[in-house]
Ligand binder design. Structure first.
Ligand code: PRP
Ligand code: URA
Length: 210
């Protein structure tokens, strides 16, 4: 199957994204919306997961069913803001393992700086879903996926809430095998590397640090 790049146009996602962007949406509402939007994106991102056969005894007979093996999945949020997407992802796949990659953007160069990396030891047997609400220049997503690919995962997918065209193109070019799922795409980056109109600083809004 060709690599998938999905920018969602579903009414539920667009509606929630509009409230998320609003500067008057507070920390509690912001966190809840990030979780809800993550669930909606994850629903689509998990569409082609390999299934296993399972027999289930109903009160009437044996049903030949399918199930997803939680052992196959790993969620990797990019700290800090990606943490806001973990709860929503785990609500859908509670058995997934969770790794963490710490990156921040140098405010002058906009280059990502790595400060933490802890991934599941068996990540080479897993399908990895990288979580980060913002894809701006693409530097953080590319660096996070570089780190993950060094451990030879089965597949890598990238989930975000808002992307800029610049970041999307950079990520597609750097990692042509990675499926990308974005709740919405905005117009451009400003001179400080922020997505316009965007939603501001996702980490600060999730953690209430500004
Ligand atoms: C934000 C965001 C991404 C990155 C996107 O993190 O969560 O990781 O910026 O920008 P890029 O595509 O240009 O790399 P930030 O560096 O602000 O760190 P934080 O989550 O700790 O606030
Ligand atoms: N990081 C954010 O949190 N917001 C942006 O607009 C760009 C990068």
């Amino acid at each position: 199957m060709d690599r998938r790049v999905i920018i969602f146009d579903h009414p539920l996602i667009q509606h929630k994204l509009s409230i998320l962007r609003d500067k008057d949406t507070g920390t509690k509402g912001f966190r809840e919306l990030v979780s809800e939007i993550t669930m909606l994106i994850m629903y689509e991102a998990t569409r082609y997961l390999p299934m296993e056969d399972i027999d289930v005894e109903t009160p009437i007979a044996t049903a030949h069913c399918k199930c997803i093996s939680g052992k196959r999945l790993a969620f990797v949020p990019v700290l800090r803001a990606g943490l806001g997407m973990v709860e929503g992802a785990l609500t859908l796949v509670p058995a997934a393992k969770v790794g963490h990659i710490g990156l921040y953007r140098n405010e002058e160069t906009l280059e990502p700086v790595e400060y933490y990396c802890k991934l599941p030891h068996d990540i080479s047997n897993r399908d990895v879903f990288v979580l980060d609400p913002m894809l701006a220049t693409g530097g953080s997503a590319i660096a996070a996926i570089d780190l993950i690919k060094r451990r030879n995962p089965r597949t890598v997918k990238f989930l975000c809430i808002i992307c800029a065209p610049e970041g999307l193109e950079a990520l597609k070019k750097a990692h042509p095998d990675v499926d990308i799922f974005c709740a919405g795409m905005d117009s451009h980056l400003n001179e400080n590397g922020y997505i316009v109109p965007g939603l501001g600083d996702a980490g600060d809004r999730i953690f209430g640090t500004k």
